[in-house]
Design a protein around this ligand. Structure first.
Ligand SMILES: Nc1ncnc2c1ncn2[C@@H]1O[C@H](COP(=O)(O)OP(=O)(O)OP(=O)(O)O)[C@@H](O)[C@H]1O
Ligand SMILES: [Mg+2]
Length: 318
């Protein structure tokens, strides 16, 4: 651990643990949160580079397929393509296999982001030099990009076990925009790769807000000069915020409704012995899941079972 503030580290780790304790997360609530975060990220990530769609308009374009009068076609396509890239990452995470961040993968991701707005250069490295508006740093010559990308790959290989995942994710983001391998879409690609790494560890999306653009650029500037601490902690903070939102909306919901307890605990609150509950659980008759060697269920799940049984009896006797 070299860059991440100790307090931020322990807080984000504790919050991730809290989130993991709630697993399996209530499906529909998580789906809703994910959708909300996807829209927020698409809106912010595109707005940072000048896309004119508002949050509401981004929602309408993505979820309702609506075209916003007076807004450029390009802005619509950017929203759509960014959303598609995010969905691709969610799919990768769901598959559970760790994705190697290879050059091939990065170019593919860039291709998804730019596919409809810059067909010619989507997925391709730039072939001439660029500057980053608002930055002191001058990215490497176009001719050096393959070499620089290879160095980045080696760096990842050497550091993936040495650094905290938040550090690794933030530093890869910085290195990628520092190289600036593409003509356009470098920031969006970097923010997505960073989030893929975080999501693979169970974290929600860390969203760089449009309103934080100035800070974001300032910290990247400092990172170019070798001071990586402010940027790493800036990313950690936005991640903590996302964790807070997840915990706030999932914790009371799951606790209020259902508390998973061991069968012996539940048997005290219901007419059944824990042995019988165990049988019902094993037979799949009772909603329950295994944690280690023990079955867990909720009082409400047993009540539902009783109700269903009564109803079935009625149907059978009619
Ligand atoms: N000082 C800096 N050093 C390195 N990278 C920087 C610096 N300042 C800004 N950047 C990065 O450059 C990105 C802009 O590059 P580019 O236009 O290729 O990306 P984009 O995805 O099209 O735009 P944006 O990232 O603004 O949405 C910024 O988002 C930021 O990530
Ligand atoms: Mg741009």
């Amino acid at each position: 651990m070299k860059y991440l503030n100790k307090n931020l580290q322990s807080r984000t780790e504790r919050k991730l643990k809290e989130l993991n304790k709630l697993r399996p997360l209530p499906f529909s609530a998580v789906k809703k949160l994910q959708e909300q975060f996807q829209i927020e990220m698409t809106y912010n990530s595109n707005a940072i580079e000048g896309n004119s769609l508002t949050l509401k308009e981004t929602f309408l374009v993505i979820n309702e397929g609506i075209t916003i009068k007076g807004k450029p076609l390009k802005d619509h396509l950017e929203a759509k393509n960014h959303q598609e890239a995010l969905e691709y990452l969610y799919d990768l995470v769901e598959k559970g296999k760790k994705q190697t961040i290879s050059e091939y993968f990065l170019r593919n991701l860039h291709k998804l982001i730019m596919q409809e707005t810059d067909k010619e250069w989507a997925g391709k490295y730039r072939n001439s030099n660029v500057i980053i508006v608002g930055a002191d740093h001058i990215p490497p010559d176009a001719i050096d990009i393959p070499n620089e990308m290879e160095k980045l790959r080696k760096w990842m290989e050497q550091n993936k076990r040495k650094l905290h995942i938040i550090e690794l994710a933030a530093l890869i983001h910085h290195k990628l925009v520092n190289i600036h391998p593409f003509f356009d879409g470098n920031g969006r690609t970097a923010r997505l790769v960073m989030n893929l790494l975080l999501m693979q560890e169970g974290y929600p999306l860390a969203i760089v807000l449009k309103n934080d653009r100035k800070k974001y650029y300032r910290f990247l500037n400092q990172a170019d000069k070798g001071n990586l601490i402010p940027f790493v902690n800036f990313i950690a903070q936005s991640l903590e915020h996302s964790l807070d939102i997840y915990l706030k909306s999932l914790t009371p919901f799951s606790q209020k409704r259902e508390t998973f307890l061991s069968l012996s605990e539940i048997s005290k609150q219901t007419p059944y012995s824990s042995k019988y509950l165990n049988l019902l659980a094993r037979q799949g008759k009772l909603e329950a899941h295994k944690q280690g060697r023990n079955w867990l269920t909720t009082k409400e799940a047993v009540e539902r079972y009783i109700k269903d049984r009564k109803r079935n009896r009625k149907i059978n006797s009619n």
